[in-house]
Every structure is written in structure tokens, then in C-alpha cells.
Design a protein around this ligand. Structure first.
Ligand SMILES: C[S@@+](CC[C@H](N)C(=O)[O-])C[C@H]1O[C@@H](n2cnc3c(N)ncnc32)[C@H](O)[C@@H]1O
Length: 274
């Protein structure tokens, strides 16, 4: 299936959104059913991701056989099948029942039916509880609607999107194809951060963390002696920042952060509790 390379990106987005509500999907899937490029979908049309982009997306996720991938709006199953080929388990959620039947057939042909599930349903109602990786090729506004559910997932869950972003939640990594890609060439990775905003008690005094997604600011200590929290960042449940010239690293385990402080004088253990 070829992309329409003459369509410019902004126009492509417009087309993706406008066509979403046009022609209804066929009522059932005959054995020779083949999806049609740009066919209507509930909230966005069907355009498959190019297989090179799918593979790159899975590389960016550092996918392993231990992962459980959920592709929201799974289309013809290309991402789910590619993930299963790498040994992961994967589930697609797709509103169009014909695409669900088609995907199941494709998974069977690819010999990965036992590692894949295709669920007919609305992506906004999908069960994300088993996901360690979520993949998306939707629209900015759909990603934004999904964002609260994604941020509530287990810290460290990797969220990937082709082309469309998450508003002011900046990606942790961006990859843009330099050649051989005509449309939808940027991939984004977000790592769900632990939730640490608020006040913690620590051996170094009170630690106030101000969290904006994976970025951290705040202060350590009290009054005039408080040191600003600088270069603060979360990578899933791993936290790091500097304060008062020392480097703090730690792992967030619910109401506890345990890690180390590195200063000119060496490394010592550190912990903070809510
Ligand atoms: C741009 S395609 C992406 C397909 C696939 N993820 C890929 O990367 O090739 C978007 C898919 O989302 C499906 N879709 C649209 N709105 C949906 C919704 N509310 N719930 C589930 N699927 C939906 C469409 O039918 C279409 O197959």
C-alpha cells in the first residue's frame, strides 16, 4: 500500500480528521476483504504505518519478548504482528470489525496468532492494564484525550506515537527518518514518569518537588538554606536532580525514594519519604 506522497503534512492531518466521519465501514468482512487506504474510521481514518516506521518504533521502544504491546486503533494489525514477530505479546484495539477479522487472518498467516489479540472496541475504553508499551498512529487531539489515562499507567511504560504529539508533555526521544520516508516520518517516545509532585521528608531536609511530566524543579532544605532543585528529571521511576552542588539519584517506590547523593567528598546513601 503506497502513501500519497504529494499530500503535504498539514493537509494530511486535515484529511485524516475530516474523512474520519465520512463513509460508514462495511457491515461485515468477506474472506477477500481488503482495507482501503483512507477508509473511514470512528475518530480517524485508516492509513497503515509503513513497515520501516513500525520497526523503527519498536526499536525506539527497545521492545523485548517480556513486553506487552497495546496498539490503539490497530488497523490491519501491522504493528501488533511486528511486535509479536519480535517475541512480545501484543493486543490491537480497533473499532472497525472488518479490520479486526482481517488482522486476525494476517496474524495467522504470519504465524503469530498465539501471541496476538485483536479486540473490537473503542480505543478510549481499552484495557491498558497489561501494557508495558503503547503504540499510536492517531491524531494530536486523540493523543491529548488519551493523555490522562497514559500518565496514570505504571511508571516506565513506553508510549510511542507516529507524527502526532501529546501537547505540552514533551517526548523523551524523537526520531525522524532522514531518507526513504515521504509522509509521517517522525516518531516520538514518552516514558510514563513516576508521580512525585509534593513534599518529601529526607535526611537533607524537606524536599519539595514540582513536577511537570518528566521534568522536576523545587527546593531542598528550609528557609534561606534551601537549595533549588536543578536539572531534575524522571525516567520512569528513576529520579535525578542536583541541589546545593550535590547530585541526587534515586528510585521511586510509591511513597519512598531510595538512592545516592554524590558530592566532591564521595557517594552516600539517601532516602526520602512522603
Ligand atoms: C491511522 S490508522 C493506524 C493503524 C495502525 N495503528 C497502524 O499504525 O498501521 C488509525 C486506525 O484507528 C482506527 N480507529 C479510529 N477511531 C477509533 C476508535 N475510536 N477506536 C478504535 N479504533 C479507532 C481506524 O479504524 C484506523 O484503523
Amino acid at each position: 500500500m503506497k502513501f500519497r506522497s504529494h499530500l503535504r503534512p498539514a493537509f494530511q492531518v486535515l484529511v485524516l480528521s475530516l474523512l474520519a466521519s465520512c463513509a460508514p465501514a462495511p457491515a461485515n468482512a468477506p474472506r477477500d476483504y481488503e482495507p482501503e487506504l483512507w477508509q473511514a474510521g470512528k475518530d480517524v481514518v485508516w492509513v497503515p504505518m509503513a513497515s520501516e516506521r513500525v520497526e523503527k518504533m519498536l526499536d525506539l521502544a527497545k521492545l523485548t519478548p517480556a513486553d506487552f504491546v497495546v496498539d490503539l486503533g490497530s488497523g490491519d494489525g501491522v504493528t501488533v504482528i511486528a511486535a509479536a514477530r519480535r517475541g512480545a505479546r501484543a493486543m490491537g484495539v480497533e473499532f472497525n470489525p472488518d479490520l479486526v477479522t482481517f488482522s486476525k487472518r494476517q496474524a495467522q498467516r504470519a504465524g503469530v496468532a498465539d501471541k496476538t489479540e485483536f479486540v473490537q472496541g473503542d480505543l478510549f475504553q481499552a484495557d491498558l492494564s497489561r501494557a508495558s508499551v503503547i503504540t499510536l498512529f492517531l491524531l494530536d487531539e486523540i493523543n491529548l484525550k488519551l493523555r490522562p489515562s497514559l500518565l496514570a499507567l505504571k511508571p516506565g511504560t513506553r508510549v510511542l506515537s507516529n507524527t502526532f504529539r501529546m501537547g505540552d508533555w514533551e517526548p523523551d526521544t524523537t526520531e525522524t527518518a532522514r531518507s526513504g520516508c515521504a509522509n509521517w516520518c517522525s516518531l516520538y517516545l514518552w516514558i510514563v514518569p513516576a508521580r512525585v509532585d509534593g513534599t518529601w521528608r529526607s535526611s537533607e531536609g524537606p524536599l519539595v518537588l514540582k513536577q511537570q511530566y518528566q521534568k522536576l524543579g523545587g527546593a531542598l532544605g528550609t528557609g534561606a538554606l534551601a537549595a533549588p532543585v536543578l536539572d531534575g528529571r524522571l525516567n520512569g521511576d528513576e529520579l535525578r536532580f542536583t541541589a546545593g552542588g550535590a547530585e541526587y539519584r534515586g528510585r521511586v517506590k510509591g511513597e519512598l525514594i531510595e538512592g545516592t547523593i554524590t558530592t566532591g567528598g564521595g557517594i552516600r546513601l539517601w532516602k526520602a519519604t512522603r
